[in-house]
Design a protein around this ligand. Sequence first.
Ligand code: PEP
Ligand code: MN
Length: 446
Amino acid sequence: MLDTPVPTLAQLNGIGALQQPTYDDPQAVDDVVTRLRGLPPLVFAGECDELTAKLGAVARGEAFLLQGGDCAETFAGVTADNVRNKLRVLLQMAVVLTYAASVPVVKLGRLAGQYAKPRSSDSETRDGITLPAYRGDAINGYDFTPESRRPDPERLLEVYHSSAATLNLVRAFVTGGYADLRQVHTWNTDFVKGSEVGGRYESLAKEIDAAMRFMAAIGADPDEFHRVDFHSSHEALLLPYEHAMTRIDSRTQTPYNVSAHFVWIGERTRQLDGAHVEYFSRIKNPIGCKLGPSASADDALALAAKLNPENVPGRLTFITRFGAGKIRDGLPHLVEKVAAAGVEVAWVCDPMHGNTFESDNGYKTRRFDDVLEEVQGFFDVHRAAGTWPGGILVEMTGDDVTECIGGGEDITAADLVHRYESVVDPRLNRVQSLELAFLVAEMLRQ
Ligand code: PEP
Ligand code: MN
């Protein structure tokens, strides 16, 4: 443990930070970091605290977390249509979960900052040519050329500006009328035709309309009908950026990461003595930590002790990502031991990252049925342990892409060629996302 409120970037790098790019010009990185330090915060510390309180309700079993967005955002993807489409599906999913399961839903976008990706290999080879792997728009370009793949620190400024533009649009949508519950039908337009799940949603929206007419008739018009609380999140992977966006809150003199409300530690960077865990232990935001099949119960307990020593409910979320075939065997011991130790944690299921495989025609994909099976396993394990299955983290998009196999439209491996647009992992499309919400609502109701 270092004895400063936040270690310096040099100290963090000295601890050994995994998954960082190698820049040619360290001075250029320092210059960018200095410029970032002078830019305004993207979120306020008080908003982060509000989210901690909401996640406290998740930890206590009183609310459910819906976290979703792209695996990797791109700078080119910062358009009004793209952001609106993603938000629209998240709002639809949230309404389905809230109405069909009568559970408060905490809404968290995996957006406005999700630009850096951990990779299992540092390089990529195509037709005998080897170049650095694409690590997300925060670091290098997707095009397979030496110039594009060279890590460029100037990109960190574009991360900031793209995040600011996205968050600004999201804030306008959620408070400016678009998220008004009277819009439940509007969110479904250009969707109903031809889609079974769109029709199902339309019926639910009619019920909500009737309930709202009833409320209006008795003179009730709560603020909650007209706006939603929505927060931002990303994996805080790239330490120069995250460190530059860390500020001391003037109210409490404590450090917050002001680039997002919620940040999480990925599966590849959760070493107890690593730089990421050290950094996360110092910030006051609500935080997440991924736990895959290699995580032992003792690892989870040690992480909780370091990341949430005061055992504050809502401060720490464990996001499990075992894979459909492993969750029923691997998760029970973890959950039971953590619960027996009295550790306050929100448990969330990431049913995506343990279920990725390469199709015969060469696409990185996932089966909708595996995603569903992992969520079902998650619910079953928590129900058996007497703990609360607190939420889901999904990689999804508002567009009709063909990246995951299955679902009501029965996308096949051969269909992947039509609209595969993700630059890293395959996302649920609009129909698959909404279908998942209906199925999870059923699990919640049981
Ligand atoms: C991710 O959430 O995109 C990711 C890389 O997950 P994990 O760290 O669990 O592999
Ligand atoms: Mn991913």
